[in-house]
Write a new protein. Structure first.
Length: 108
């Protein structure tokens, strides 16, 4: 058994658990921060993103998206995406990648 608490994540992006078929990570975007200068894509992994705190705006494929606490989004493998925190408070997301996308020790 691999038990972790999401409060253990201290970096802006941190992988907490990885198995053969799935991976979980936490992401915290400070006010004004984004997930990168340009959109990213996970070629082989689907991503499930759950907003635990705050608000995000962004693009998933060709669509604009606004996310708030409680929203869950599925990003299919091969889909370009990018998010930004335009709010005044941090935004926190819980992410699942299947199959795993990052090295198990990834901490941003």
């Amino acid at each position: 058994m691999d038990l972790r608490n999401i409060g253990e994540a201290k970096k802006w992006f941190e992988v907490l658990q990885t198995s053969k078929r799935a991976q979980i990570a936490m992401m915290t975007l400070a006010p004004g921060a984004s997930t990168g200068k340009k959109a990213e894509v996970h070629k082989k992994s689907d991503q499930i993103l759950l907003v635990l705190k705050g608000k995000l705006t962004g693009r998933v494929g060709e669509e604009k998206v606004r996310l708030k606490k409680g929203d869950v989004l599925v990003i299919s493998a091969g889909t370009l995406h990018r998010f930004k925190n335009s709010a005044r408070k941090p935004a926190v997301t819980f992410n699942v990648y299947s199959p795993p996308e990052y090295p198990a020790s990834t901490k941003g």
